[in-house]
Design a binder for this molecule. Structure first.
Ligand code: PMV
Length: 315
């Protein structure tokens, strides 16, 4: 038997870093996907082929011994084989449209699509059950994941998330386009989060005031999203970027990219941890092409996305 599932990547529209200190964040699924195909095979092995590498081990190998970014796939396959007492193996093939390591949710999309495809070989599950398994799998490589990325990759659309209340889907059918420009500077989320903590510890009062302002900004952005008011949303992005600059997660390349994108779009900002990774610019049909060509003229790598409202899809 062969099963297939796909899940979208994501961007953080508003609230990165401040979310760590209790402020709300808004995330959005994007129409770039990861597709995972799973197949049961007679040999007692788990084999994984993906754009970031390959892995093959006998099923007797404990998951704890796997040292690879592909560990979540192995974990899921091993868990299902053990649960259903199957003396066979699983072959997994991953195809991706999402660049890796730049904050676009490729790891979460992999975990969601893999959880759906692999479990489908043995049992039928709800999206909620798949999400739970996907988060469990992601924790094998990112112990402290909040689960927000996997949630938006599973359900699609827009979600708000805060530490206290968890996730809520946002009722919006906004039709905007986002231009994503990649700095091609790899970043480590943990390192950048630690540098923000240092900033906070040295500037307690200023940081508390910024969290308050960021919360107000997110409330404005929520209203903008519900009314599909791109002018307001763009202004919120601009203001959010200023906060991100102040907490020190930007650099010259990201600043230059944001500046170029702001000339043509409704607003632009870093998305995700910063220090590298990507920026996003808010556009619609009226300025999408111009925003892309200006960025490309300056030799920045970019592509456009829309909101993915489908989330996890199982074939
Ligand atoms: O770059 P990403 O998508 O891993 O985003 C990290 C988001 C942070 O707010 C910086 C950290 C976090 O755990 O929320």
């Amino acid at each position: 038997m062969k099963t297939k599932a796909s899940a979208p990547g994501k961007v953080i529209l508003f609230g990165e870093h401040f979310v760590v200190y209790g402020v709300k964040a808004i995330l959005c699924a994007i129409d770039k996907r990861i597709t995972v195909t799973a197949e049961d095979i007679p040999e007692r092995k788990i084999s994984i082929k993906s754009n970031i590498g390959e892995l093959e081990y006998p099923t007797s190998r404990p998951t704890s011994e796997i040292k690879s970014p592909l560990k979540p796939f192995y974990y899921l396959a091993n868990k299902m084989l053990e649960k259903h007492k199957q003396h066979q193996g699983i072959k997994i093939v991953v195809e991706s449209e999402i660049p890796t390591g730049v904050g676009l949710g490729s790891s979460s999309a992999c975990c969601v699509a893999a959880a759906a495809a692999i479990t489908r070989l043995f049992e039928k599950n709800s999206k909620e059950q798949i999400l739970e398994l996907a988060i469990e799998a992601e924790k094998t490589i990112f112990e402290n994941t909040s689960g927000a990325d996997c949630t938006v990759c599973t359900f699609g659309g827009l979600i708000e998330y805060d530490k206290e209340n968890g996730f809520t889907q946002i009722d919006s059918k906004s039709g905007f386009h986002l231009v994503i420009a990649n700095s091609n500077i790899e970043h480590s989320t943990d390192t950048v989060v630690a540098s923000v903590k240092q900033f906070k510890n040295k500037n307690e009062e200023i940081f508390a005031e910024m969290c308050k302002k960021e919360s107000e900004l997110i409330n404005r952005a929520m209203r903008g999203l519900k009314q599909n008011d791109l002018e307001t949303l763009g202004k919120c992005m601009h203001d959010n970027q200023e906060f991100l600059e102040r907490i020190g997660i930007s650099n010259q390349k990201l600043r230059d990219m944001v500046k170029v994108a702001e000339n043509t779009s409704f607003g632009a900002k870093i998305t995700g941890a910063g220090g590298g990774g990507c920026i996003i610019a808010l556009t619609d049909e009226s300025n999408l092409e111009r925003a892309m060509s200006e960025l490309r003229e300056k030799k920045y790598e970019c592509f456009s996305v829309k909101i993915d409202f489908k989330g996890l899809d199982t074939f």
